[in-house]
Design a protein around this ligand. Sequence first.
Ligand code: ADP
Ligand code: MG
Length: 366
Amino acid sequence: MTYMPGKLAVASILPEARPEEIKLHAQGLCKTYGSAVALHPIELKIRSGELLTLLGPSGSGKTTLLQLICGLVLPTNGRLIIDGKDHTDTAANHRDIGVVFQNYALFPHLTVRENVAFPLEMRRLGKAEIQAKVADALAMVGLSTFEKRFPIELSGGQQQRVALARCLVYAPSIILMDELLSALDRQLRESMQIEIKRIHRKTGTTIVFVTHDQDEALAMSDRICLMNGGRIEQIGTPEDLYERPASIFAAEFIGISNLLRGKVEGAAFVTPDAALPLPPTCPLANGEAGALVIRPEKLTIANAGGGLLAGRVTESIYAGSETRVLITLASGTTVCVRRPAGLGLLPLGSEVGLAWAPEAAQFHKN
Ligand code: ADP
Ligand code: MG
């Protein structure tokens, strides 16, 4: 949820929190094209005022879901509930939803001001009101002094801000952004991420943001909906997905994960390199194959002969605030360890042990 300092004190004296409002509910929504399934039936509730990211590899159904939400595409099955009302059959232009795509073309023959005023003119607002709203929207995206320019006189990032202002100007209650920042260079992308977060906080609009970039999703989102092959793989806060990935796919897609494949044999998880201890509760049954997943920052390097696994340093990379050490196990599996740069570089070829706290390791089925 958006942090609202003014409301905190009030909330804390209420007897119990009001259940969170649901802005949009995709109820068994699905889409097939002939025999191809673009989106399997999904169940998704988007909360009022949240910034929810649809994250997933190319072809996982993110754009299809956005198109279904905004009404550009009709579902094969399922219902779309917005503000408690069924809008499955509502025409796109009557849905009070704004859309900003990566290549959302501006009108080349109109100035910035005219581009942003366009949706208001379509809605036949008065001249003074249009002027005030356009000024507000341009101020919001930091383009107040660019009113009279034409799109061709703007950089790519500035054009996107105009597209964003053109959407913000009529204050839709939901804004959809599809790979909006994917074509921008890193620096511009990061500054736009901060800008979108600021606008989101300021307007309280519900935003559904699509990206295939996990870092962007972690940095931007109140919640992330991870998609895979037209299905929802996991939904939760960035911390949920990073700290508690629900599957091997989730663990591999978000952040760097070390994966050790093996099989449960009695009280141990047996990999080609070692028999490792199992936690008291483990989703794998005796005899079942799966993977132990552990983040690089949860591993510590022990002296040779110590720890739970033995390996040899094959790479030691200085990365500013940290060092990344690659350790190759006897089976050939390589494991990545991240440690503070202050600990220094380890000589290549040194024999080391690997250790971790039992709770840092997660076990998943194949
Ligand atoms: P994403 O946005 O995550 O990359 P899409 O929603 O665009 O994924 O596509 C999901 C799947 O649906 C893909 O396999 C894609 O080829 C298929 N698909 C999307 N649109 C169409 C269409 N108009 N006709 C046929 N297949 C489509
Ligand atoms: Mg897409």
